[in-house]
Design a protein around this ligand. Structure first.
Ligand code: BMA
Length: 303
């Protein structure tokens, strides 16, 4: 496995609203997975009314994607829990467990954000389980296998001015407990105000590797960057390593200028069998970009 730094794709952004065959304000923050030998992005599209749904984009090489002709999941599909998603569904994370793909995403409504769970086997039919947290909570990612006989998730409940990453466990992916706070913002740094889990954790020989986002407020604006953390393989509430610096920051116009400027935000990555990694991320809440790196490099950053 090669060690390589993080390289932003020179043809970024890989998707913007001109690639979407229907009218949207933007396409960003995709979940990512390999499915049937294709690269699949489950992209958030903000509709003209300002509410988000999801559309699929497919690729054979991970670089050039074609967006489907219509959304695959919308707030209106949530018949049993529409009240909690009325203002949009956002930022899906995809975790494969056996042959089922579990989606965790933000349901947004007058109740504030909470986490919705859905599952699919084919990205065509979706079974929506509904909310698995109360508000305010978002940035939820499920671990891809059981640890100590339980399922695990990380998420980001917001309480007062606290925005920390928490872990919890479950026997059925619906009912959760044993909550623990595992990571807090670090004052006076790039991640001083808010953090949240980004990509679903990936198992490595050294533990669970996960990307997360950190936010720092400057005056009235916020800068979103991406960091990396390593959780213990058997006791995932223990932090084994963490990079002090962000691994991705807004630098280019496509990350600095858009509906929300100075944002790089990821909720989807693909780790190839040879350890190469594709990180798909939203630029300025407006478009979708790609950065490539390797497992070795990210592990080295955490040591
Ligand atoms: C977060 C989420 C993301 C968004 C980011 C920057 O709170 O809502 O969807 O990309 O803010 O605006």
């Amino acid at each position: 496995m090669k060690t390589r730094e993080i390289i932003k794709y020179d043809k970024n952004p890989i998707l913007s609203k001109s690639n979407v065959p229907f009218k949207v304000n933007g396409i960003f923050n995709p979940g990512a997975v390999k499915f049937d030998d294709n690269y699949l992005l489950l992209c958030r599209v903000e509709m003209p009314n300002g509410r988000s749904g999801f559309v699929l984009a497919k690729s054979t090489n991970g670089h050039e994607f074609k967006v489907d002709s219509k959304p695959c999941l919308t707030p209106e599909d949530h018949k049993e829990c529409y009240e909690y998603v009325e203002w949009g569904i956002e930022d899906p994370r995809i975790t494969r467990i056996n042959d089922v793909y579990y989606l965790t995403y933000t349901g947004y409504s007058k109740h504030e954000p909470l986490v919705i769970l859905a599952e699919t086997k084919d990205f065509n039919k979706f079974k929506i389980h509904g909310p698995i947290t109360e508000p305010s909570n978002k940035d939820c990612a499920i671990f891809p296998e059981k640890i100590e006989g339980h399922y695990w998730k990380v998420d980001r409940p917001a309480a007062g001015n606290r925005n920390d990453i928490w872990i919890s466990k479950s026997d059925d992916l619906i009912h959760w407990g044993s909550y623990k706070c595992i990571l807090e913002p670090k004052q006076g740094t790039w991640e001083s105000d808010k953090i949240g889990a980004s990509t679903p954790p990936v198992k490595t020989s050294e533990g669970w590797l996960m990307l997360y986002h950190g936010v720092r407020t400057f005056g009235s604006s916020m800068i979103y960057k991406v960091g990396v953390v390593l959780l213990d393989k058997d006791k995932p509430w223990i932090i084994r390593g963490k990079c002090e610096n962000p691994i991705l920051s807004p630098e280019f116009d496509y990350e600095r200028v858009g509906d929300v400027g100075n944002v790089v935000f990821t909720n989807g990555w693909i780790v190839e069998p040879d350890g190469e990694i594709k990180i798909y991320y939203g630029g300025a809440d407006t478009n979708i970009c790609l950065a490539e790196t390797s497992l070795n490099y990210l592990l080295e950053m955490c040591r």
